[in-house]
Each structure stands twice: as structure tokens, then as C-alpha cells.
Design a binder for this molecule. Structure first.
Ligand SMILES: Cc1cc2nc3c(=O)[nH]c(=O)nc-3n(C[C@H](O)[C@H](O)[C@H](O)COP(=O)(O)OP(=O)(O)OC[C@H]3O[C@@H](n4cnc5c(N)ncnc54)[C@H](O)[C@@H]3O)c2cc1C
Length: 505
């Protein structure tokens, strides 16, 4: 019998870096944003060469990383799906269904040939002299180091570190005899049958996980420091039910439902600014009939912040509340004092028994995929730079990024940003420019700088924890971002690419 020795990955940095070729455009990330960017690029510039690099071993980004039981979208898939690819299922979809949808986009538009998995981008260096980026990559499978060059870098890396989830350290964790897991790294073979589970956190992840594991587990406790807003829409929208018998073409159905959901999301977002007390009352009162008799809604489900100042967690058909009614799940609102051998002790003195603790505590935000950027040899400190419309960064030539909405479906912005980037590439072509860079005009020099995210507007933990590493925004267009979708869908398509804030050379 012949055996082949496994090829050991060489230690990073010890191997010669190999030339991997030049591409007109290089996209980082094969999630919803990167796949959308590739579709639009190929559609508008079929003659341009491009490549998509992703550190993971499969497509989907978020939906590949998060494979815990019950993982699903919060958004409806008519707006979370792309404008160009009809969604055919119920409004809310499981992670697997979203992965399948993205797989169909890749197949239908022949994008597979452009994607290189297990390619982690480590650095990006711009040379004005050469008018190009040099991108260094380490392969996850072989450890091989590669060097690409590109004329235009399109960052679609998402907002958090996929490899390192956020998990605070609590006292006594080392003596806990059960298992601690993070939803971002769910063990495939985890069997919860008959187990007592404590889920720390009450955001979207906790809310989707709990009903999915409640049937198997002996009991699930949601342990939260403070309450979250929940909204319990039906999985299938009543308009979709009404339109069903008309047997409309998929494209029509997609467009009608998109408009319906955009308008609904917009109403909720507007209301959160203009009538927060009414929205607060609406959300609380819509939960009340779904909760068990005598449930302390004031303590467990009445947040202290304005609705939409943090994400509203969607629980389709109220499945989280059903688990509470059935006694399979319960809620504790308190702070953790310490882990014990057999559970968690909270400040009230109560000890919650646990065989498994799930830390649904969120993300570590990462700036541009933790890529080390330099421009003409100078390291880029993003905190000294400004966003240009939430699409480019001041002082960084030939680089665009796709970042979605917090309050609306992420993908609505993927299509809008992609339109803008292809328009920018067309403008460069028409001007014969090899380089475009956002730069402050004289009248912008004394502009008041604002944080990346205004806490009054949105203040989720992962955003606030990372303000100090993020780039800034200004007090006027085009140096602002995070507008609402109803504003941006008017502004971005008409954005003047020749207003003096973009310098072409
Ligand atoms: C559980 C969960 C549910 C969510 N539900 C919703 C929802 O319902 N609606 C909504 O609007 N949003 C939701 N979000 C937010 C979600 O992240 C976005 O909707 C969207 O998936 C982001 O897509 P993306 O492609 O921009 O980034 P990601 O999905 O984060 O993908 C980025 C990809 O880039 C790769 N990458 C990053 N850095 C590098 C690097 N240096 N080199 C190479 N590759 C790199 C990563 O490996 C990853 O595959 C949810 C998030 C989570 C975690």
C-alpha cells in the first residue's frame, strides 16, 4: 500500500511570495455584497477582468459563518434578495435557503470561475506612480503567499471578524464544568437533547436560536442584561397570500413585495425618529397577547432605548414567545456575577443551572477585513480619513466599499452602491483617468467631523465598541453616510461624480 504524506502548510512568511497576476478589478469578499458587486460589474463591464477573493472555504460570508440551529434572516428576502434575482419563497428565510439563493446567483451568472476561496487578503498597497494596488494574500489551505495587482479595489468584506467572535470573559468561567459555545462557531455535532441551556444575550441571534433548540433541550433560559425590542410578523406577508392565486410572474411578485417591504421598513424607521413613543407602545403591545399569562413584560421586554436605536429582533409568527408559553424557555434579566461549576450566578443571588452556555454576545467589528493599507508607502490610519457617501474613503485612490444598512435590508444598498461604482468606473473610462480619489474641497476643510456612527442614531454594542477604530464622517454631503434608504435611493443614483470632491488623474 502506498501512502502519501500530507502536504504540510509552510509557516507563514517563510515562503517566497508568488505572482498571481493582474486584474482590472479585485473584489474582497464572496458574501452578499461581493457576489452582488460581481454581478453588476460583469453586467456593465463584460470586458473587464476581475477576481473575487474570500478567506473562507465557501460562498455566503455571514450565512456560511453562522450555521447555528434556526439561523435565519431578520429581513424579508424580497428586499434582502437582489433587485435582479426574484425571491420565490416565504418572506423570512433560513440561512441554508439564503446560501442556496446565492448559489443560484453564482450559477446563473457564471460567477464561480471568478471566485478564489481560502484567499485571505493581508495587505493592500497603492502606488500612484503605477496607478495600481498590490494585494498580498495568504492561502488558508496551503499557507502559500500570493501577490495580485489591480487597478481598482472593491472591498466587500462585511463589518465583523469572521474568525474571532466577541465573547466577554466572566468570572469563574474556568470552573464551569459544562460547555460554552459561540453561535459564530457552532459545533456541528452538538447534541442538546435533555440539556439545560443558558443563552446569554437577547439580540436577533438569541431570538432565533432559542425557539430552534427549545424542543430538544430540557429547558432554555435567555439571560439578558437588558431587554430588546421584538417584532412578530407572519412568515408569509398577507399581501403575498392575497397575490398568490393570481399566479403572477416571479419578477412581478418580487417587485411588488419589495415595494411593500421597503415602504413598511421606511414607515418603521421614520416612526422611530418622529414618533418613538408610539412605536415603542406599538411594539410592546403587539407582544403582550403572545406572552404567557402574568409575564413581567415591563422587566423583560421593555427596552430603555428608542426603537431602532439598536436592531429590532424579528421573531416570525412569534416563535420565541411560543417557546415561553410552552414553558420550554424562560427569561432572566440580570447581570452575571460569576459562572459556577454547574451554571451561572446572577446579581440577585439566583443560580441558573446549565449544561451548555451559549454566548450570543455578538461580533468584533473589523475595519476593512483587517487588511493593512498603505498609500504610496504611508500606512493608512482610517481614523484620520472620511467616508465619501459611504462608498469611498478620502485619500484612498481607486477603492470603493460596499456596506449595507442597519435599519433596512443590507442588500438594498448593495445594488445602489454597485450602480454608483460602475458609474464611477464609466466616468473614469470616459475621462481617460487611471485614478480617482476623494479629497476635501477648500470649503470642506473646516468641516466639523462626526463619528462613524452617531450613538443617537444607532448604538448597538458592536458598533459602540469599535467607534475608536473607524473612519469619520463630516457634517455635509458627500462626506456623510448611513442615510435612510428612502433618501439614498434618490441621492445615490443622481450623485454628481464631478462636484470637485473626486479628483481624477
Ligand atoms: C446571524 C445574522 C443574521 C443577519 N440577518 C440580517 C438580516 O436579516 N438582514 C440584514 O440586512 N442583515 C442581516 N445581517 C447582517 C449581515 O452581515 C449582512 O446582511 C450581510 O450578510 C453582509 O454581507 P457582506 O457580503 O457585506 O459581508 P459578510 O457576509 O460579512 O461577508 C464578507 C466576506 O468577506 C470575507 N473577508 C473579510 N475580510 C477578508 C479578507 N481580509 N480577505 C479575504 N476575505 C475576507 C469574509 O470571509 C466573508 O466571507 C445578519 C448578520 C448575522 C450575523
Amino acid at each position: 500500500m502506498t501512502t502519501t504524506a500530507p502536504t504540510a502548510a509552510p509557516a507563514q512568511g517563510t515562503e517566497e511570495i508568488q505572482d498571481a497576476g493582474h486584474f482590472d478589478v479585485l473584489i474582497v469578499g464572496a458574501g452578499v455584497s461581493g457576489i452582488g458587486a460581481a454581478y453588476h460589474l460583469r453586467d456593465q463591464f463584460p470586458d473587464r477582468t476581475f477576481v473575487i477573493l474570500d478567506a473562507q472555504d465557501n460562498r455566503g460570508g455571514t450565512w456560511w459563518t453562522h450555521r447555528y440551529p434556526g439561523v435565519r434572516s431578520d429581513s424579508d428576502l424580497f428586499t434582502y434578495g437582489y433587485r435582479f434575482k426574484p425571491w420565490r419563497g416565504p418572506s423570512i428565510a433560513a440561512g441554508e435557503e439564503i446560501l442556496a439563493y446565492l448559489g443560484e446567483v453564482i450559477d446563473e451568472y457564471g460567477l464561480d470561475q471568478y471566485i478564489r476561496y481560502q484567499h485571505r487578503v493581508t495587505s493592500a498597497s497603492w502606488s500612484t506612480e503605477d496607478r495600481r494596488w498590490t494585494i498580498e494574500v495568504t492561502r488558508g489551505d496551503t499557507g502559500q503567499r500570493l501577490r495580485f495587482t489591480t487597478g481598482f479595489l472593491w472591498m466587500c468584506q462585511g463589518y465583523y471578524n469572521h474568525a474571532k467572535p466577541y465573547r466577554p470573559e466572566w468570572e469563574g468561567m474556568d470552573r464551569f464544568q459544562g460547555l460554552v459555545v459561540h453561535p459564530q462557531r457552532w459545533p456541528e455535532d452538538l447534541d442538546l437533547v435533555g440539556k439545560r441551556v443558558v443563552v446569554i444575550g437577547s439580540g436577533a441571534t438569541a431570538a432565533t436560536l432559542i425557539p430552534a433548540i427549545a424542543a430538544d433541550a430540557e429547558h432554555v433560559t435567555m439571560l439578558q442584561r437588558s431587554p430588546t425590542y421584538f417584532f412578530a410578523p407572519p412568515t408569509k406577508h398577507e399581501l403575498a397570500v392575497m397575490l398568490g392565486p393570481l399566479d403572477l410572474p416571479d419578477e412581478w411578485m418580487h417587485e411588488i413585495m419589495r415595494r411593500q417591504y421597503v415602504s413598511q421598513q421606511q414607515t418603521l424607521a421614520r416612526m422611530s425618529f418622529e414618533a418613538p413613543d408610539e412605536l415603542h407602545a406599538f411594539l410592546i403591545e403587539s407582544m403582550r397577547p403572545l406572552l404567557p399569562e402574568g409575564f413581567d413584560i415591563e422587566k423583560h421586554f421593555t427596552p430603555r432605548y428608542r426603537p431602532w436605536q439598536q436592531r429590532i429582533a424579528v421573531v416570525p409568527d412569534g416563535d420565541l414567545f411560543a417557546a415561553l408559553r410552552e414553558g420550554k424557555a424562560s427569561v432572566v434579566t440580570d447581570t452575571i456575577e460569576t459562572f459556577t461549576e454547574h451554571g451561572i450566578k446572577v446579581s440577585s443571588g439566583e443560580e441558573i443551572p446549565a449544561d451548555v452556555v451559549v454566548t450570543a454576545t455578538g461580533f468584533n467589528l473589523s475595519v476593512f477585513g483587517d487588511v493593512a493599507f498603505t498609500v504610496d508607502g504611508e500606512p493608512v490610519d482610517f481614523t484620520e480619513h472620511l467616508t465619501w457617501r459611504g462608498v469611498m474613503i478620502s485619500g484612498l485612490p481607486n477603492m470603493a466599499y460596499t456596506f449595507g444598512y442597519f435599519r433596512h435590508s443590507w442588500t438594498l444598498r448593495v445594488d445602489l452602491v454597485s450602480d454608483l461604482v460602475v458609474r464611477l468606473l464609466a466616468t473614469m473610462r470616459d475621462k481617460g483617468a487611471m485614478m480617482v480619489v476623494p479629497a476635501l474641497r477648500p470649503q470642506d476643510q473646516d468641516m466639523q467631523l462626526r463619528p462613524w456612527c452617531d450613538p443617537e442614531n444607532f448604538n448597538s454594542g458592536y458598533v459602540m465598541r469599535s467607534q475608536h477604530i473607524m473612519f469619520k464622517q463630516g457634517d455635509r454631503e458627500p462626506w456623510t453616510h448611513m442615510l435612510e434608504h428612502d433618501e439614498e435611493r434618490e441621492i445615490l443614483p443622481k450623485a454628481d461624480l464631478d462636484d470637485g470632491t473626486l479628483v481624477y488623474r
